[in-house]
Design a protein around this ligand. Structure first.
Ligand code: AR6
Length: 181
C-alpha cells in the first residue's frame, strides 16, 4: 500500500525522490512554491526547463500536464513541474478536471521515473486562487484514484502544506472523505 501523508512545512526541504512544482506554463519560474524551488534548487533546474522549452514544449507546458527535470541542489532527485488552473467559478467543472489531472499526471510521471516517494504542494491554492478546502478535496480524491490504477514503486505520497490553516484543512477533508480514521 502507498501511504498518503500530510505534513506542515516547506516542500523544498523534503527528502523525497520527487518534489512537485506548482509551475506556470512558461516553466521559467514565478512566485510561491515555484520561486522557492528555483531559488533553493539553483540554476540547473532552470537550465532543464529552458531545454524543454527549446524542444518538445516550445509553446509551454499545457495546464493539467506534468514534466520532470533535475532537482538541482534540492534533497530530491527530480522536480516534476505541473501547471494548475487559475480558479474561476464560472468554469468550475472544466478547471476542477484540470486540477485533478495535475495530480494524476504528476503521479504517472513519477511512477515512470521509478520514484519511491513524492511530495505535492496544494496546487492552485495560492496565487491561482483556488479555495483551499475544495483544492484539498480534489487533490486527495485524485491521488487516491490514481494510486488505485498505478503505484509502481511508490511507497509514500506526501502533501506538504504551507501553514497551519492549510494543513488543518487538508486533515479535515481527509477525514470527511473517509481516508483517515
Ligand atoms: N512549500 C510548500 N508549500 C508552499 C511553499 C513552500 N515552500 N510556498 C508556497 N506554498 P502557489 P499556485 C503553498 O502560489 O496557486 C507561481 O508564480 C501556498 O501557500 O505556489 O498553483 C507559478 O509560477 C499554497 O498553499 O501556486 C504560477 O504562476 C500552495 O503552495 C503560480 O504561482 C500553492 O501556491 C501558480 O499558483
Amino acid at each position: 500500500m502507498t501511504q498518503i501523508t500530510l505534513v506542515e512545512g516547506d516542500i523544498t526541504q523534503q527528502e523525497v525522490d520527487v518534489v512537485v512544482n506548482a509551475a506556470n506554463s512558461s516553466l521559467l519560474g514565478g512566485g510561491g512554491v515555484d520561486g522557492a524551488i528555483h531559488r533553493k534548487g539553483g540554476p540547473e533546474i532552470l537550465a532543464d526547463c529552458r531545454a524543454l522549452r527549446a524542444g518538445h514544449y516550445g509553446k509551454g507546458l499545457p495546464t493539467g500536464r506534468a514534466v520532470a527535470t533535475t532537482a538541482g541542489r534540492l534533497p530530491a532527485r527530480w522536480v516534476v513541474h505541473t501547471v494548475g488552473p487559475v480558479y474561476r467559478a464560472e468554469e468550475y467543472e472544466e478547471r476542477a478536471g484540470l486540477l485533478a489531472s495535475c495530480y494524476r499526471e504528476s503521479l504517472r510521471v513519477s511512477v515512470e521515473l521509478g520514484a519511491r516517494s513524492m511530495a505535492f504542494p496544494a496546487i492552485s491554492a495560492g496565487i491561482y486562487g483556488w479555495p483551499v478546502e475544495d483544492a484539498a478535496r480534489i487533490a486527495l480524491t485524485a491521488v487516491a484514484e490514481a494510486l488505485a490504477d498505478a503505484r509502481g514503486e511508490l511507497e509514500e505520497v506526501r502533501f506538504v502544506l504551507f501553514g497551519e490553516a492549510t494543513y488543518e484543512t487538508f486533515e479535515q477533508v481527509e477525514r470527511e472523505l473517509g481516508q483517515r480514521s
